[in-house]
Design a protein around this ligand. Structure first.
Ligand code: GUN
Ligand code: FE
Length: 457
């Protein structure tokens, strides 16, 4: 049987690089088997286009006047079990926050049924906010980690999923029985996830030492070996908070700095990405650059946990890959739109600090188009998925959001350019503006049909 193609006709907005936003009007995007097989620009007459191309088995979707497609949003760092308390417990800095709220809450995922119920709500909420790809931290519990993978598989998100590893400096009620048990469970989790992902491979296991504080040397070495054996990505936390940095460095006195701890344990490289990287020396920045390690910029969390202001321009100027992360629940919002806004504030804040504390007025803030890049193609680069997702290049998967800028909390008054409509969506929009969410061509979320006058399109 011939597969039905889907033809999208209207405006497309995406980025080709950090400095290159492209707005395509009268675009024709043809999707077959979930893959973008054709992208044409400035097509005046879609009916003539279709008959001249002698398309047969297709569905045509026409975008309305205030509507456009953008690439699906990429969250490079979120903790699935922490969504249950996102938006509460906002008073403490990192280490106290972990001990007071996070570890007690994550320890409840020992109960598989509780985990399953929580994960269903969590993944649903992230998809509804347009996160088509997410890099998840789960918990230390193998059974609950498998339920997260099942849930993601059922709901159709593209995801990296990590069973968290912790074998030291953790509370008695939330620590793995031994280093070997931690490694054994990780291997079981990897095998389970690869089998579950099947041939469409939307889900990938990611090796996830929580942070150097909670992982022994044998554990980190063993995890580096596992990542190598299975050729898997690695994610962790780095240089988030001054107390955390001090503690980590005190545990590994032979390492030059926090970043060097991961380097000495074989954990840095082009398939590794680290959350935060707020307080980095020049040596550490250079180490990330030379190893091609990526960064998840989690600005909401960096503000909420009083961690600091990450200098994204400094990372970019060293050629370091950067994406955005919600870091739920260090960050209180499950939406990458919020990460864009928090990233915008962090950049403005950095400018003010440079100007008022250092007398330097040259600092250049991130532009909205650059923030869209970080939220899409930048995130894809961090995850090593730049050949598959991140923009609408032929041959990539159709991971996309169909946006209606004239809905919900956004009012469009007077004549606005497409770029202004994009900005209004990025800064005033919400899930209400996201009509359809597609992962590899499949509609996985969006405005419910009964509220959606475009349900037939
Ligand atoms: N460092 C170690 N664990 C965590 C966590 O769960 N959240 C954040 N923000 N930082 C961490
Ligand atoms: Fe985190």
């Amino acid at each position: 049987m011939v597969e039905t193609s889907h033809i999208y006709y209207g405006t497309i907005v995406h980025t080709l690089s950090v400095k290159n936003l492209e707005i395509i009007q009268q675009a024709v995007l043809v999707v077959s088997n979930g893959i973008i097989v054709k992208l044409d620009r400035n097509v005046k007459d879609i009916d003539a286009y279709i008959s001249s191309a002698s398309c047969t088995n297709y569905v045509l979707h026409r975008l309305g006047e205030h509507e456009f497609l953008i690439p699906g949003l990429v969250d490079t760092h979120a903790h699935a079990p922490q969504y249950v308390f996102a938006g509460s417990g906002m008073d403490l800095p990192l280490m106290d926050w972990l001990n007071t709220y996070t570890f007690p809450s994550e320890s409840k995922f020992k109960d598989e049924q509780y985990a399953q119920d929580a994960y269903a709500k969590t993944v649903h909420r992230f998809l509804r906010n347009g996160t088509t790809t997410c890099s998840w931290f789960a918990t230390i519990h193998l059974a609950a980690c498998k339920r997260l993978v099942d849930t993601i598989h059922d709901l159709g998100q593209r995801a990296y999923v990590g069973k968290v590893n912790m074998d030291q400096n953790s509370p008695d009620y939330y620590v793995e029985a031994s280093t070997q048990a931690s490694l054994d469970d990780t291997r079981l989790f990897i095998d389970y996830t690869k089998a579950k992902a099947g041939h469409d491979r939307l889900i990938t296991p990611v090796v996830t030492p929580r942070f150097a504080v909670s992982c022994s040397t044998p554990l980190m070495r063993g995890l580096a070996d596992l990542a190598k054996e299975y050729r898997l990505p690695i994610q962790s936390h780095l240089c988030e908070n001054p107390d955390e940095i001090k503690f980590a460095c005190s545990l590994f006195p032979d390492c030059k700095n926090y970043t060097d701890i991961y380097q000495q344990h074989g954990l840095l490289g082009p398939d590794t990405y680290m959350a935060h990287c707020v307080h980095m020396t020049d040596d550490e920045i250079n180490l990330l650059a030379t190893t091609q390690t990526g960064v998840a910029h989690c600005a909401n969390s960096n503000f909420s946990l009083q961690s600091g202001v990450c200098d994204v321009q400094r990372l970019l100027s060293h050629g370091i890959k950067v994406g955005l992360g919600t870091d739920v629940a260090g960050g209180f919002s499950p939406s990458i739109l919020d990460a864009i806004r928090s990233g915008f504030w962090a950049s403005k804040m950095k400018k003010v600090i440079e100007r008022d504390m250092h007398g330097n007025s040259d600092y250049v803030c991130l532009q909205p188009s650059e923030l869209l890049f970080l939220a899409t193609l930048g995130g894809a680069q961090v995850l090593g998925l730049q050949d598959l997702i991140g923009n609408f290049v032929e041959g990539k998967a159709f991971d996309a959001l169909w946006i209606d800028a004239d809905r919900g909390n956004v009012d469009l008054i007077g004549d606005l350019t497409i770029f202004q409509k994009l900005e209004k969506f990025l800064f005033n929009g919400s899930a209400d503006n996201i009509l359809h969410v597609y992962v590899q061509g499949r509609r996985v979320s969006g405005v419910p049909d009964d509220e959606n006058d475009l349900a037939s399109s």
